[in-house]
Design a binder for this molecule. Structure first.
Ligand code: C2E
Ligand code: MG
Ligand code: MG
Ligand code: MG
Length: 278
């Protein structure tokens, strides 16, 4: 079934249909029921050390197994969930489920990598997010060192001291913080200076055909230098080919993520991945 395959190859609805009001209305009405009926599930994609091949992190990515519409990609419902505020309960579910899974992996002796959770800017703005994270870690008995949180540049866009404090508190708790989709938003250098996050994830838009596109190579090279100057790790998102991998390795990338290494997998497939001897 679709569920077993994970991945995000199931973009069954085209953009024209998605953007109609009818479709939006239907999805919006479906959200609460879907949460109750456990139609959401997480798939995990490894982030791997480019030099050793070690898995550093497993990024949790949400999927919606809709009873009539089939598998729906987060690109098609996360924006709507953000607009409607549903991202708050949904994001809470994601965090709990990812921490629960991490703890289970740990108890089975499998956890030697972080579990990474994407957190929307809205979750920071609307909730006491750092407090919630603290509660979930306590409930699941997971040490903060095993949790990674991926935020985007949008998180820092508004002059919001509340959000800034929450990010700082998470960092102080020992949680690893990555800046996702780097280079696609307002890449202000101010917050890089101020927050000293752990990693920059270079958006796939710069990685695709990087070995053939001089301007992309220049940007990737500059981001690597910037990150390393700030003692941050650099992750390449969406690496699909050996050519891209070889090129960014030469440029000095630390970690890679992408279909070339592995597609996102459901939990038990992910376990098989890490049981495979190198
Ligand atoms: P993201 O966090 O930047 O995740 C990377 C996306 O790229 C994922 O899409 C992943 O499946 C896809 N990807 C990974 N490797 C490759 C590759 O080699 N080639 C290509 N073409 N794509 C690759 P996905 O799972 O559809 O998620 C899309 C976005 O939805 C995520 O982007 C993230 O912004 C958001 N998202 C997903 N799960 C959650 C969640 O639990 N909470 C929140 N707030 N957002 C989420
Ligand atoms: Mg992410
Ligand atoms: Mg990204
Ligand atoms: Mg993205």
């Amino acid at each position: 079934s679709a569920k077993q395959t994970g991945g995000n190859q199931y973009r069954i609805y085209d953009k024209d249909i998605i953007s109609t009001n009818d479709y939006r209305f239907t999805l919006e009405n479906d959200f609460q029921r879907a949460l109750e009926e456990q139609e959401f599930f997480l798939v995990y994609q490894p982030k791997v050390d480019i030099n050793t091949g070690d898995i550093k992190s497993a990024e949790a990515l949400i999927r919606w197994n809709h009873p009539t519409k089939g598998l729906i990609s987060p690109a098609d419902f996360i924006p709507l969930a953000e607009e409607t505020g549903f991202i708050v309960p949904l994001g809470e579910w994601v965090l709990k489920e990812a921490c629960r899974q991490a703890k289970e992996w740990q108890e089975n002796g499998l956890l030697s990598y972080r579990v990474a959770v994407n957190v929307s800017a809205i979750q920071f703005q609307r909730t006491n997010f750092d407090e919630f994270v603290r509660e979930v870690l306590e409930e699941t008995n997971l040490e903060p060192e095993w949790l990674e949180i991926e935020i985007t540049e949008g998180t820092f866009m508004e002059e919001d001291t509340f959000t800034a404090q929450a990010v700082t508190k998470l960092k102080d708790m020992g949680i690893y913080i990555s800046l996702d989709d780097f280079g696609t938003g307002y890449s202000s250098m101010m917050y890089l200076k101020e927050f000293r996050l752990h990693a920059l994830k270079i958006d796939r838009g710069f990685i695709e055909d990087v070995h053939l596109r001089e301007e992309r190579a220049s940007i990737v090279q500059a981001i690597i230098q910037l990150a390393h100057g700030l003692q941050m790790d650099v992750v390449a998102e969406g690496v699909e080919t050996l050519e891209e991998l070889t090129y960014i390795k030469m440029l000095g990338i630390d970690h890679v993520q992408g279909y070339y290494v592995s597609k996102p997998l459901i939990a038990n497939q992910f376990e098989n991945l890490i049981k495979v001897p190198k």
